[in-house]
Design a protein around this ligand. Structure first.
Ligand code: ADP
Length: 264
């Protein structure tokens, strides 16, 4: 293909070993694919932004109506509308967050932040939902180089999921420095996830049981957000689950992004 007359183009280059002393280089023009992908991302970002304002107005009035003395039939309808309005708000906010993550510039590795402090504060924020069910283990100060806002969202999403889908038992939240880096894991003792679903959980809107989970509430975007945010920290989400025993979601932040201090 001829790229001489084009100013901007994207190429995907793949080199593989071929026999003992040769290599095969495969060059693919992915300009069009990239263009369509960017268009799709921009479209979703624009639509989500446009939806936010009317939705805020509708939700505001619904909240006002919910506080008024109305006939029971109307109160029921308004309570339901209020619930759905809040779901739409979560959905729109998550879509905006996901679009930002997808188009974020990841050239800069980010700034240092205190992971131990962050873990404690996320646990505190989730107290109304958890009622003390989260057991945090992190006995040393650990600093991470990355994007604090994104990491907060990762921790909060994983813990919220464990509380929502992980039964009524305790949720273990562990931050530990190991050989390869700092490992963060969130484990529950819930019903677990059937094996065939595990590899698809980080896809947008993927849910194991649509009817049950749309009642629990959630956008279906939480783990997609987690996946993207972890990519920006050079790591991936590892999911292990045993039916009837529980699930564990973990990731390891590589050492070059960590500063581990002596135990408290
Ligand atoms: P949602 O916003 O619906 O919670 P997520 O992307 O966060 O979406 O999660 C996707 C799906 O993964 C959930 O709908 C649920 O089926 C499943 N899931 C996530 N965490 C757990 C868990 N700890 N135990 C069992 N299922 C889980």
């Amino acid at each position: 293909f001829d790229v001489r007359h084009r100013k901007h183009f994207s190429l995907q280059i793949q080199i593989t070993q071929f026999g003992e002393e040769q290599k095969v280089m495969l060059v693919k023009d992915i300009t069009e694919r990239k263009r369509v992908e960017t268009m799709r991302q921009n479209f979703i970002a624009d639509v989500s932004h446009e939806l936010r304002t009317p939705l805020t107005v509708i939700n505001g009035y619904l909240e006002m109506l919910a506080d008024m003395d109305l006939p029971p039939a109307l109160t029921k309808a308004i309570t339901q509308m209020n619930g759905q309005g809040q779901r739409m708000k979560t959905l729109v906010n998550d879509l905006i967050q996901l679009s930002k993550l997808e188009s974020a510039n990841t050239d800069h590795p980010g700034d240092w932040f205190d992971l131990q402090q962050m873990a404690h504060s996320v646990v505190d924020q989730l107290q109304p939902l958890s009622n003390g069910r989260i057991q945090l283990r992190c006995n040393r100060r650990i600093e991470i180089r990355g994007l604090a806002e994104e990491m907060t969202s990762v921790l909060s999403n994983l813990l919220t999921n464990a509380l929502k889908y992980g039964g009524d038992g305790p949720v273990e939240f562990t931050v530990r420095a190991g050989m390869d880096g700092v490992k963060v894991s969130v484990s529950d003792q819930g019903p677990g996830i059937p094996a065939q679903h595990i590899s698809r959980l980080t896809e947008r809107f993927y849910r194991v049981d649509d009817s049950r989970e749309s009642k629990v509430g959630g956008s279906g975007l939480g783990l997609a957000i987690v996946k993207h945010a972890l990519e920006h920290h050079d790591t991936v989400l590892d999911i292990e689950s045993t039916l009837g025993k529980g699930s564990s979601f973990s990731f390891t932040i590589p050492y070059d992004r960590c500063r581990v201090h002596e135990p408290d």
